[in-house]
Design a binder for this molecule. Structure first.
Ligand code: PLP
Length: 429
């Protein structure tokens, strides 16, 4: 389908216009089944022996999820995609599909709070050490790379400080050292940015945010560019016989047409099959509904958020405003030419107490005070006291989570209503 434009792929990729192959249903059916019948014992034996490909058990294969996987791969320009039970699982199972105990990873420090904690506090428990450098400080990032490093990780637009990552600079750095660049593109979605076009090897999404788009489910996705060469022996998980899957060496023993997606096949057959972070087909269906309108919604999110950012810049009670196309115009022009997304962060004059008072006052009419982003509805939070409260003062500062920072996820309501609510809440402090 790659000849079609993004808007067309968002509606059709993964399911031809003929509809469901078995029922002719036009909408994607939800296949609520745990297992699939074998025709006879030989069929079962052939499926298990990989002599025939087909459905066995829904922990690792479901036709509903398959449509979503194919659609996300098409939108990102990737070779394959898999969906998982959450964005958090997508990140964890990506890292452990590349690195093992004794290995290290290098990441930008301005990460989503949950990702930072996973890397900083939890990966060491499975023997993987994460090292952090300030986003876009390529020299500092390079200084952390050593013979144990297995990947470089960055977010397209960091949360919550909204720094735009220079993906091409990161890709050049990673590839200079023979490493894959893994990019969390949750804040941009393929409607705004396709990291593979800029050299990323693996793209991760939390589907719970703009791709789902309605705050109605938790899920994650991993898209494989199919371009990274895993045959370097330092990637032991790809070059040594895998006890987790028939002793297969994923970089060498797959039939030629499957070799480019060795990463995806390992994630499916070792990560998802034997560690279990499966996305429920009901959730996959919810995300398929969201994907269809993604390009339309993102355009509205971006237009509303830009108008909000400009309005706040001129407000006397606002100390500073960050919005990618206003704060980093060069990087935004390069990576986000079609709009800079739905997030706006700003500092309230007066600091933490005033920021919390503002959020409380804004909460309730059209803005909700809660820990989420990417809903069609506008959302507000004070990150320093909530999403990022587990971090030390030093880590907060490194991640750009200042005490006066308020994070807005601007929805698709009428922009005049959004601005009027913001003014009302600013008046109240
Ligand atoms: C929400 C989010 C995640 C985690 O995704 P879940 O689906 O909530 O597990 C990861 N990265 C970013 C940038 C996010 O916004």
């Amino acid at each position: 389908m790659s000849k079609f434009h993004l808007e067309t792929l968002a509606v059709h990729a993964g399911q031809p216009a003929k509809g469901d192959p078995t029922t002719n249903a036009r909408a994607v059916p939800v296949y609520r089944t745990t297992a699939y019948n074998f025709r006879d014992s030989k069929h079962g034996a052939d499926l298990f022996g990989l002599r025939e490909l087909g459905n066995i058990y829904a922990r690792l294969m479901n036709p509903t999820n398959d449509v979503l996987n194919a659609r996300l791969a098409a939108l990102e320009g990737g070779a394959a995609a898999l969906t998982l039970s959450s964005g958090t699982a997508a990140i964890f199972f990506t890292v452990t599909n590349i690195a093992r105990a004794g290995d290290e990873i290098v990441a930008a420090s301005n990460l989503y709070g949950g990702t930072f904690s996973q890397f900083d506090a939890i990966l060491p428990n499975v023997g993987i050490q994460a090292r952090f450098a300030p986003v876009n400080d390529i020299a500092a990032t390079e200084a952390l790379i050593n013979e144990k490093t297995r990947l470089v990780f960055v977010e397209t637009v960091g949360n919550p400080a909204l720094d735009v990552a220079d993906i091409e600079a990161y890709a050049a750095l990673a590839h200079r050292h023979g490493l894959p660049l893994v990019v969390d593109s949750t804040f941009t979605t393929p409607a705004l940015l396709r990291p593979i076009e800029h050299g990323a090897d693996i793209v991760i999404h939390s589907l719970s945010k703009w791709i789902g788009g309605h705050g109605a489910g938790i899920g994650g996705a991993v898209v494989d560019s199919g371009k990274f060469d895993w045959t370097n022996p330092k990637f032991a998980l790809y070059n040594e016989p895998d006890a987790g899957y028939h002793g297969l060496r994923f970089a060498h023993d797959l039939p030629e047409p499957l070799r480019p997606v060795a990463f995806t096949l390992r994630l499916l057959t070792v990560g998802i099959r034997n560690q279990g972070p499966t996305l429920a087909p009901d959730a996959a269906w919810i995300f398929l509904q969201g994907v269809e309108s993604l390009p339309l919604r993102i355009a509205k999110h971006s237009a509303n958020a830009l108008a909000v950012a400009k309005h706040l810049q001129a407000h006397p009670k606002v100390a500073w405003v960050k919005y990618p196309s206003l704060s980093q115009p060069e990087l935004a022009a390069k990576y986000l030419p079609d709009g800079a997304g739905g997030m706006v962060v700003f500092g309230v004059k007066g600091g933490s107490d005033e920021a919390r008072k503002f959020a409380d006052s804004l909460n309730g009419e059209i803005f909700s005070l809660l820990a989420n982003v990417g809903d069609a509805k506008s959302l507000v939070i004070h990150p320093a006291s909530t999403t990022h409260s587990q971090l030390s003062d030093e880590d907060l500062r490194k991640g750009g989570v200042l005490p006066e920072l308020v994070r807005l996820s601007i929805g698709i309501e009428h922009v005049d209503d959004i601005v009027a609510e913001l003014d009302r809440a600013l008046d109240a402090i």
